[in-house]
Design a binder for this molecule. Structure first.
Ligand SMILES: Nc1ncnc2c1ncn2[C@@H]1O[C@H](COP(=O)(O)OP(=O)(O)O)[C@@H](O)[C@H]1O
Ligand SMILES: [Mg+2]
Length: 231
């Protein structure tokens, strides 16, 4: 199997969203929420985008306090964290005003239960106007709606959708060493639409093709593999 970053429909929408935040009109708030089920590539796109665009990627942790979050951001902007929270906040603000960057916070669900922590992000945004993208799970949207001060700052909200037939076709063509018949691809789209499942399936299919010297994987073979290993 090949290891590649793929431009899925969700990835393209993510890129558009961040560009919209960067290019937004004066006075328009610049925060966004991206959410959806696990396994659809939210963390992967966050990593890919921030690595290629000098963004700041923070992965929230369980029990993360405002102080801890600020410390992580200070480290990411390349400074040594000071001791007091108020100093950390100033460090972040100064660094982001001097050198604006997009901040992406993944696993934001961990911050939602503690209002103070998530509001630090809002304060950073209000002071620096740097775009901030929050990434969460399926219910992040509903949960964050209760915090109207924060929710009002979302000028973009993107729900990651399960993969399209085109996405699946691209995964199999780009990642797999063995070909799949169109019927097999259709079936995979209808049954398994998480990335991890598809990766497992490709691995099994490649194994099957190598042991049996097969040129293509048919619908019947996929059904056999998924019955045994995936469902
Ligand atoms: N666009 C992509 N190109 C290549 N691999 C991807 C892509 N999106 C996701 N993956 C792979 O799928 C798996 C799940 O993605 P992840 O980003 O962890 O999902 P999520 O954060 O939505 O739960 C990871 O192993 C990741 O490497
Ligand atoms: Mg994730």
């Amino acid at each position: 199997m090949q290891a590649k970053f793929l431009m899925t429909k969700n990835v393209k929408k993510f890129v558009t969203l961040v560009n919209n935040l960067i290019n937004r009109a004066e006075g328009v708030p610049g925060m966004a929420l991206v959410y959806g089920e696990p396994g659809l590539g939210k963390s992967k796109v966050a990593l890919w985008w921030s690595a290629n665009n000098d963004g700041i990627l923070i992965t929230a942790k369980k029990t993360m306090s405002p102080h801890w979050l600020l410390e992580e951001i200070v480290k990411e902007v390349g400074e040594t964290p000071l001791y007091k929270s108020s100093d950390l906040f100033d460090q972040v603000v100064k660094a982001l005003i001097k050198y604006p960057r997009v901040i992406i916070v993944d696993e934001v669900d961990y911050l939602i239960s503690d209002k103070d922590t998530v509001e630090i992000l809002r304060d950073i945004h209000d002071r620096t106007h740097n775009p901030i993208v929050l990434i969460g799970m399926n219910f992040a949207d509903k949960k964050l709606k209760r915090n109207t001060h924060l929710y009002d700052r979302f000028s973009e909200i993107l729900h990651f959708e399960t993969f399209t037939a085109n996405d699946i076709d691209m995964f199999l063509k780009e990642l797999s060493e063995v070909k799949f018949t169109p019927k097999a691809i259709d079936y995979i789209h209808q049954t398994g639409n998480r990335f991890r499942q598809i990766v497992k399936l490709i691995n099994k299919a490649e194994e099957m093709a190598a042991t049996n010297d097969l040129k293509e994987i048919t619908l019947e073979m996929v059904m056999k593999i998924t019955r045994k290993d995936l469902l």
